[in-house]
Write a new protein. Structure first.
Lengths: 293, 266, 273
């Protein structure tokens, strides 16, 4: 029984359902938040933590704070945060791009040579079990004194290194897996056409590797954002979200909503990076995205 | 009501709002101890009919009685065992534990289960493989485990949905003989869905020929070959006559293109 | 009598020489790596703050070993606590969402998106909740980090059961609890362990990095950051080494549990790389 091609009406209906579910979920979350808050304040429970305006501000206060100025006469919070978010995003994107490229190249080389695979792969895989983020402070501070033939990297570039590092490993692992995942029968078919090594690589192995690659990209996209935020901390870079968090953390007791708002923007940044990858995947891989390989 | 194991009256099944009619007014009576094959082109509803009998699919109209009760009651009373084309064994259970699954669900105690598993393993001739895991067995052996499991609680009825469809010809023929032996030993009634005309004729006491969608019964061909059937049965003239009879019934049911495929497969 | 498809492979079948040969390249790389670390990198002029020579790091570790080990133990406990908390909640939610499928299907995209949130950025807030010195602020971070991946993967595993399997259980008139116990849960184990491995890493990261926003000095993260601020890079690397060893040990423990629990799985036949 073949399904009928979805008509425009069906597509519109599907979209409306999606939006409606989103609104419903947001509503439920808001309800849970405010309900928890109300209940804990009413009963005065102290476990797991004390609830008051400082530890759990009203959701509408948090959103409202976005449209106020943290400094008298200064720009709106949301403007400040968007600028910071863009700064952090820049670090993350540059890092992601570098890490993904190097990761793919290294993965392709490793996939090609069995010896390299057995020699290097255990370490690449093992490196994923190391809390890599722990290295962030050293890298960022250490690179601060680095000069390459008279050129000193700007602050944000050092943070990009963290993002690149975090992207590199999952992309390498999945590139090797993906390039090796081509069906042997399909490879034999190409060989029967006397296809050159490059042709087999680009027309068969790379397309087979795409689902694996995008799975790694999704992990890496999130990791780059996290890496960028963490990387900003020890280097006392003010312009990014990490700096904003430190800033508003200092004045938390006075204005808790600002820190919460910052976290909200950071969360949205992470989600939007993820969604971009999902979108690109939908366009590039006609098959439809694999969710969590 | 009857000594019929299955009694279907005007059973109809339509799927979806678009109204795809899988089964249309099926009337069928299956007596105790019979071996019935359901054969027909793809999409003729034979698997659906099997599932209606097993209360895995609800008919849109008509009445179906299994073992004198409603199909629903029969399922709850575990009056039948079912075998699918895929063995559907659980990877994390050994052969013995796979066979004992329905017994566990039936609340049998350990000693009784162990006894019955031993009997079943002997029945399907898999002695020595009790502690093996499914991935260690060939396809044919997995199906034998599946059959042992289906028969473990001695149901009156055995439903089989193209159980040997994924196996090679030689294994198929061997398993056909084994199935007949098991059928004789247990005395159960079998309803067997297949694509293969020669398999249907070889195994059955009656062959039910179904038409293309909407599925109707085109003909019921009684198979009067001598029992017990052996490998030589396939070479008797009467065998070929019956195969032709079934083939012509399939043609008549509007199965021309599909029959050509079936012939090529044989 | 039909022949067996393939013999179950026994580990004894591989000679010692064969197995050594397989690991040789990796061991060689390890040796080369150590050599490079100790001698080649300094020769190249890699500044000592970026990566001090191996032996200097070892010496620094030895000097502060009491502090570092104690900090490591405390951080590990935080990670373990977060892991236990996050994973158990995830299992609970997964069972509920698998039982009421429409809910699970509707929420899936949100759970996956929630995974993309930089949870570590919430550390200052948990510090405000539990106090900057309390282990709970790190445990909560680690728990949230573990929760989503484990939930998504467990849910996947619970629901990716083939239809014939469910039909089979229906033919046995088995109730839902039975179906869960005998089919869905065993089926989900490979997915669960795969997620648990990831979670072990995330928990360590949460515990260590959570400290970067402030914490007790008896924690690895704080040790790392304060060492860096005092330009004591050897100590910082020593602390990182401790964190890495703990991270690998945690992961290995989960992998071992996986091996034991999934003895029946085809991938555990002993031929896996």
């Amino acid at each position: 029984m073949t399904p009928a091609r979805p008509r425009p009406f069906d597509k519109a209906a599907a979209l409306t359902t999606r939006v409606a579910t989103l609104l419903f979920v947001l509503l439920v979350l808001w309800g849970l938040w405010e309900g928890y808050r109300w209940l804990w304040i009413k009963t005065g429970w102290t476990k797991p933590f004390v609830v008051d305006e400082t530890t759990l501000p009203h959701l509408h206060d948090i959103v409202g704070a976005l449209f106020e100025s943290p400094q008298v006469g200064g720009p709106l919070l949301i403007d400040l945060l968007l600028d910071s978010a863009l700064f952090t995003a820049k670090e993350a994107v540059v890092g992601f791009a570098i890490g993904a490229t190097i990761g793919f190249l290294l993965g392709a080389v490793i996939a090609r040579f069995q010896v390299l695979q057995r020699g290097l792969m255990p370490y690449v895989v093992a490196s994923q079990t190391i809390p890599i983020l722990a290295v962030a402070p050293i890298v960022v501070v250490g690179l601060g004194s680095l000069t390459i033939s008279g050129w000193t990297p700007e602050d944000w570039m050092r943070v990009s290194v963290i993002a690149a590092y975090l992207t590199f490993f999952p992309v390498t692992v999945n590139t090797v897996r993906g390039l090796s995942s081509a069906d042997p029968a399909a490879v034999e078919l190409m060989e029967s056409y006397a296809a050159s090594g490059w042709a087999v690589f680009w027309k068969l192995r790379v397309p087979s590797a795409l689902p694996y690659l995008f799975s790694a990209f999704k992990v890496a996209a999130t990791a780059s954002v996290v890496g960028a935020v963490i990387g900003e901390l020890p280097s006392s870079i003010q312009d990014g979200l990490g700096g904003a968090i430190i800033n508003f953390n200092q004045y938390y007791v006075l204005n808790p909503e600002n820190l919460w708002a910052t976290n909200l923007i950071a969360a949205l940044l992470g989600i939007s990076f993820f969604l971009v990858v999902v979108l690109v995947e939908k366009l590039v891989v006609r098959r439809g995205p694999e969710e969590l390989v | 009501m009857s000594d019929f194991v299955v009694s279907a009256e005007r059973v109809t099944k339509t799927f979806g709002k678009g109204g795809v009619t899988a089964l249309q007014e099926i009337d069928l009576e299956v007596g105790r101890g019979e071996f019935i094959s359901l054969i027909g082109p793809s999409g003729c509803g034979k698997s659906t009919l099997l599932r209606v009998i097993g209360d895995l699919v609800e008919p849109t109209a008509g009445e179906i009685l299994v073992n004198g009760k409603s199909a629903h009651r029969a399922r709850l009373d575990r009056d039948y065992g079912i075998v699918f084309q895929a063995a559907v064994l659980y990877d994390w259970r050994t052969v013995s534990k796979n066979i004992s699954l329905p017994l566990e669900l039936g609340g049998w105690d350990r000693a009784r289960r162990a006894n019955r598993v031993r009997e079943m393993v002997e029945l399907v001739e898999l002695e020595g493989f009790e502690k093996h895991y499914p991935w260690q067995l060939s396809g044919g052996m997995q199906q034998r485990v599946s059959i042992a499991r289906a028969l473990s609680f001695s149901p009156a009825l055995l439903l089989m949905d193209e159980p040997f469809g994924a196996l090679d010809e030689m294994t198929r023929e061997r398993l056909n003989l084994e199935l007949l032996r098991i059928w004789a030993e247990t005395g159960s009634t079998v309803i067997f869905v297949t694509h293969s005309i020669s398999e249907a004729v070889f195994l059955s006491t009656r062959v039910v020929v179904m038409s293309a969608r909407p599925g109707r019964i085109t003909a019921i061909v009684p198979i009067d070959l001598r029992q017990p059937r052996t490998a030589e049965t396939r070479e008797e003239p009467r065998f070929f006559e019956l195969v032709t009879e079934v083939r012509e019934a399939l043609h008549a049911g509007g199965a021309d293109e599909i029959v050509a495929e079936l012939e090529a497969l044989e | 009598m039909t022949t067996i498809a393939h013999q179950p492979s026994t580990r004894r079948g591989r000679t010692l020489g064969q197995r050594a040969g397989k690991w040789a390249p990796a061991v060689a790389v390890f040796g080369l790596g150590l050599v490079a670390w100790q001698w080649i990198l300094p020769a190249l002029g890699i500044e000592r703050f970026l990566l001090p020579p191996f032996w200097d790091v070892v010496t620094a570790f030895w000097e502060s070993r009491d502090e570092l080990v104690r900090a490591g133990w405390i951080t590990f406990q935080e990670a373990l606590g977060g892991f236990a908390l996050g994973c158990s909640l995830a299992f609970l939610f997964a069972l509920v969402l698998a039982r009421w499928r429409p809910l699970g299907r509707a929420l899936m995209p949100y759970l996956i998106a929630a995974n993309a949130v930089p949870i570590v950025a919430f550390a200052p807030i948990t510090n405000a909740w539990f106090g900057i010195l309390s282990p709970w602020s790190k445990i909560v971070i680690a728990a949230v980090l573990c929760f989503f991946p484990v939930l998504v993967n467990t849910l996947r595993g619970l629901t990716s059961v083939r239809p014939e399997s469910l039909e089979l259980m229906r033919s046995y008139a088995a109730g839902q609890p039975s179906v869960f116990r005998r089919v869905r849960i065993p089926n989900s184990l490979p997915f669960v362990f795969s997620a648990l491995k990831i979670a072990s890493v995330l928990a360590m990261i949460g515990a260590v990095v959570g400290d970067y926003f402030g914490g007790s000095t008896e924690a690895l993260g704080v040790q790392i950051v304060s060492a860096v601020s005092l330009a004591q890079y050897e100590t910082a690397w020593a602390a990182i080494l401790v964190a890495s060893v703990l991270g690998i040990a945690f992961y290995a423990a989960v992998a071992l549990a996986e091996r034991l629990a999934l003895r029946w799985h085809p991938s555990m036949r002993g031929d896996s790389e």
